[in-house]
Design a protein around this ligand. Structure first.
Ligand SMILES: [Zn+2]
Length: 110
């Protein structure tokens, strides 16, 4: 067990970051859904936000997960948070300020 990587991505082979290279496969609507997915809200609330039926949200999410090469909606949500600054067009969004910080402080490893 001592040779096992401590990197969760290498250890499990599940790396949401890889999905970044598939973002161009999404339609504009799917990008909008992906952005909302990053809020962690459920399908009912996403449906309300998008003014569409809950089953339509489910269909969008399934296609997004598939196109991004992910296995779960949670992995797509993680990816959404990572690329929020690239998808968000709101000029007042806090992600703009966060992106301006060159070296954000990281928690020290235990
Ligand atoms: Zn934003």
């Amino acid at each position: 067990m001592t040779n096992r990587s401590t990197c969760a991505y290498r250890r499990t082979g599940a790396d949401p970051v890889r999905g970044i290279f598939e973002l161009d496969r999404l339609t504009e609507r799917e990008k909008e859904v992906l952005l909302l997915l990053g809020t962690g809200l459920g399908n009912r609330q996403l449906a309300r936000e998008l003014c569409i039926a809950e089953r339509t949200v489910k269909a969008h999410v399934a296609r997004i997960v598939n196109k991004l090469g992910q296995q779960t909606r949670l992995q797509a949500a993680v990816l959404s948070v990572l690329v929020h600054h690239a998808l968000c067009t709101d000029t007042h969004c806090a992600c703009r300020r966060a992106a301006a910080i060159e070296d954000p402080p990281l928690p020290s490893a235990a």
